[in-house]
Design a protein around this ligand. Structure first.
Ligand code: OAD
Length: 261
């Protein structure tokens, strides 16, 4: 299906867009949902690229989110992730996370997230595919084996030593710039993109690949594509439907419109 011109999006009013979304999702055979930091914004977790509060507006990724940064100053990196982990632990899933659980009860959904928080899982999406790992897990810097919470709690170092290798340190279980995504997660996400007939990108700036390439892959295999984001992204001109609203409003509204759509 070819994308309608952007002007068609602009003509759809807020409720028309919600109804169009509900109508298409209701008859979908398999929905691929791709989420980014924006879906957790309404839980109080900072996004990366929002101009005021985004993490990358306040911190330099090359100081904190690369293997080189960890080699240079492991304590700084460890403490920064510990600070973010505390924020995630204190946050709660929001209406958008919960709506995706409900959507999966109505239609087959593959949920792929770039988020390293655990809010999808805590909302009930226990089978979310995590392309960028998890901030709640720690792994060995040498072997990448997971390190248990009991071991970490018994250590004093910042970062703690790894139980898996004499030269290893505990590091966050996330994917850093310059690192490969977990192959199994990426394979499953790509397979879902090839199989789905509807793809929904929610709260992502669509600037980081390969995640940002999933909607286009799905479209090449014939899927319809909708974006939920209050701001335009590089994918906006390619979308069949744009819902320019906060996810915590748009998704529950689409579920509420389900029967009428
Ligand atoms: P970004 O911070 O780049 O983008 C967040 C998007 O969410 C923006 O397009 C916002 O307009 C949108 N947004 C904000 N509030 C929203 C709301 N309430 N509802 C819907 N959308 C909203 O975050 P990501 O696209 O997730 O990588 O960033 C991709 C990757 O870059 C992240 O996974 C991270 C980062 O560096 C790693 O950690 C490896």
């Amino acid at each position: 299906m070819s994308a309608p011109p952007a002007a068609v999006h602009a003509k759809l009013g807020r409720m028309d867009a919600i109804h169009a979304l509900a109508a298409r999702l209701r008859r979908a055979r398999h929905i691929l949902v791709l989420t980014g930091a924006g879906i957790s914004a309404e839980s109080g977790i900072a996004t990366f690229r929002d101009t005021q509060d985004g993490l990358w507006a306040r911190f330099r990724p090359e100081d904190l989110a690369t293997p080189e940064a960890f080699r240079r100053d492991p304590a700084l990196v460890w403490r920064w992730y510990a600070w973010r982990r505390e924020q995630v632990a204190a946050a709660q899933p929001n209406a958008a996370h919960r709506a995706l659980v409900e959507l999966a009860q109505r239609r087959p959904v593959t949920l792929v997230t770039q988020n390293v928080d655990d809010l999808h899982q805590r909302a009930g999406s226990t089978d979310a595919i995590c392309l960028h790992g998890s901030i709640m897990r720690s792994i060995c810097s040498v072997t990448r084996l997971e390190i248990g919470a009991d071991w970490l709690a018994a250590q004093t170092g910042e970062p703690p030593r790894s139980p898996h290798h004499a030269d290893g340190l505990a590091r966050p279980g996330v994917v850093w710039f310059g690192e490969n995504l977990p192959a199994d997660a990426l394979d499953r996400a790509n397979a879902a993109a090839r199989d789905c007939d509807a793809v929904l990108a929610i709260g992502t700036s669509a600037l980081v690949y390969p995640a940002a390439g999933l909607p286009a892959l799905a479209q090449r295999h014939g899927a319809w594509f909708a974006e939920i984001n209050p701001q335009p992204t590089p994918l906006t001109p390619t979308a069949d439907l744009v819902v320019a609203q906060a996810a915590g409003l748009a998704l529950p509204a689409a579920l509420a419109a389900w029967e009428d759509a």
